[in-house]
Design a protein around this ligand. Structure first.
Ligand SMILES: Cc1cc2nc3c(=O)[nH]c(=O)nc-3n(C[C@H](O)[C@H](O)[C@H](O)COP(=O)(O)OP(=O)(O)OC[C@H]3O[C@@H](n4cnc5c(N)ncnc54)[C@H](O)[C@@H]3O)c2cc1C
Length: 462
């Protein structure tokens, strides 16, 4: 960035919101991946007019801009890979309104997801999207990634709750999409286009979210299985039963071993664990708990436990929640993929992941959201050994090939970012990709907003 660009940016942002400090550049260089790209400057977002001025200045000097929420993304979406400006949205963190009668919340993008969940709950309302990072990720990041999480089986993902957006376009214009209406079919659905656009089409500065009434009661059940097929049968049986669980989580034997070694919870040795959450009126939850217990037992679950109260339920969830740090018991490095496959291919995908691990000499623990076919596949390795790193990357290519051959998708919720760019062409229809490039051009003709993300350049297509 030349000095004229820097000066224009400082003026557009306001001197108190602009920084080239080495510490800031270091802090904003990384995200939830292991990669680091320091930006040339950091702008702290203050509001739409300021963001608009910043975008206009960046457009004039052709400076890349990368929006960032909490930086918890797992595919490099918030990395300033082309340098330029890191636009920190975390300071725009007001919940502007919770409108009980309309059952909507209006919030700025820097609001931490868990804080919105708590604020809604305080009013007897419910914001269902629940990524495992809810304690620290932001609504803006959730919208940009279309984040999923534990409750997606019953309640869907972030996209299902976004009713309207307010955003700044790359040329500085302000855009309004949608509103507080549950239904609207006027014009093309730009709200849904922006959800999941990974910060490549517009900078979101306000979000209108749908809320639901808070469920009255909850129940948690877990079951352990001696082999994968029995666990898969349990999931299939549950989903075919007509009961819609809130969550239906899966952990394989490698995960259970890692959690036991890390957290010492007294888990029985097993090839798989299934964890189910239900909610609804107390009498329905009670009846369905019994039915789920029977389904899990009939599939071969041993033992099967129904939590007696919330404290016990939290105890059952502890194994799943410990998974993030526990997985490192299998190695100091991790390539974290989040493929999704059709429900009937769940066990086959897990089996193939284990075979890839054997072939590459690596441990590949698998856990995830079994109820919607979304598996977190962790390729563990030691970055100190280049051969292991190379095997780990080849394992990811193998896994993607298996996933696509089963009719799956390369990402269920983490997005493409930069880490999956090289594989997108293997999944996407070329005509679809061409249209998507056209959409990017319409929103961002100069290509300054979060460049080199989401869509591969033509030269990396197979
Ligand atoms: C321990 C852990 C558990 C996780 N569990 C889950 C899970 O269960 N489900 C799941 O879906 N994800 C999960 N994630 C991934 C991550 O938390 C989500 O992708 C989350 O939505 C990212 O939010 P963020 O605020 O950290 O966004 P960032 O990482 O800062 O940014 C993510 C993307 O959003 C864009 N962006 C951010 N704010 C804006 C804005 N205001 N306008 C436009 N673009 C913007 C960025 O440019 C980037 O492309 C997990 C991550 C971790 C570390």
């Amino acid at each position: 960035m030349n000095s004229a660009a820097l000066q224009a940016l400082r003026q557009a942002a306001g001197p108190d919101y602009f920084s080239q400090d080495a510490g800031d550049r270091l802090i904003y260089a990384g995200d939830g991946t292991c990669f680091r790209y320091p930006p040339e400057a950091v702008v702290r977002a203050r509001g739409p007019e300021q963001i608009s001025r910043v975008m206009a200045a960046c457009g004039k000097y052709h400076v890349p801009v990368v929006p960032r929420g909490a930086g918890s993304g797992l595919t490099g979406g918030a990395l300033p890979v082309a340098g330029g400006v890191l636009l920190d949205m975390a300071g725009l963190n007001r919940i502007k309104a919770i409108r009980k009668r309309d059952q909507v919340a209006v919030a700025e993008p820097g609001v931490v997801t868990g804080e919105l969940q708590a604020a809604a709950e305080a009013q007897g309302l419910f914001y269902p999207p629940d990524p495992a990072s809810a304690a620290f990720c932001t609504l803006g990041g959730n919208v940009a990634e279309n984040a999923g999480g534990m409750r997606a089986v019953k309640y869907g993902v972030t996209r299902d709750y976004v009713l309207g957006l307010r955003a700044v376009l790359p040329d500085g214009r302000l855009l309004k999409t949608g509103g507080a209406n549950i239904k609207s079919v006027v014009g093309y659905d730009l709200t849904r286009l922006l959800v999941g656009s990974e910060g490549t089409l517009a900078v979101i500065y306000e979000i209108i979210l749908r809320l639901l009434p808070l469920p009255e009661d909850r129940a948690t059940i877990n079951a352990f299985y001696a082999d994968l097929d029995k666990a898969a049968r349990a999931v299939e049986g549950l989903l075919a039963s007509g009961i819609r669980p809130v969550a239906c989580e899966f952990m394989d034997g490698y995960c259970l071993k890692a959690v036991e070694s890390y957290a010492k919870l007294g888990l029985p040795p097993a090839a798989a664990m299934i964890l189910v959450d239900l909610d609804g009126p107390p009498e329905v939850v009670r009846r369905q708990s019994g039915q789920v217990e029977t389904i899990l037992q009939q599939a071969g679950g041993e033992p099967v436990r129904v939590a007696g109260d919330r404290a016990e339920a939290e105890g059952l969830w502890r194994a799943r929640r410990a998974m993030g740090p526990a997985v490192y018991q299998h190695g100091p490095g991790k390539l974290n993929e989040d493929v999704a496959v059709p429900l009937g291919s769940l066990a086959e995908m897990v089996r193939r992941a284990h075979l890839v691990g054997e072939k590459r000499g690596l441990v590949i623990p698998v856990f995830g959201h079994a109820g919607d076919g979304n598996l977190h596949i962790n390729v563990m390795h030691d970055p100190a050994y280049p051969e292991q790193v190379s095997q780990a990357h080849q394992a990811v290519s193998d896994l993607f090939a298996h996933c696509l051959s089963l009719g799956g998708t390369l990402s269920g919720e983490h997005g493409v970012g930069t880490t999956k760019l090289g594989f997108v062409g293997a999944e996407m229809d070329p005509v679809g990709l061409e249209l998507m490039r056209g959409i990017k051009k319409v929103f961002d003709p100069a290509g300054i907003l979060n460049p080199h993300k989401k869509l591969p350049p033509p030269e990396v297509l197979p």
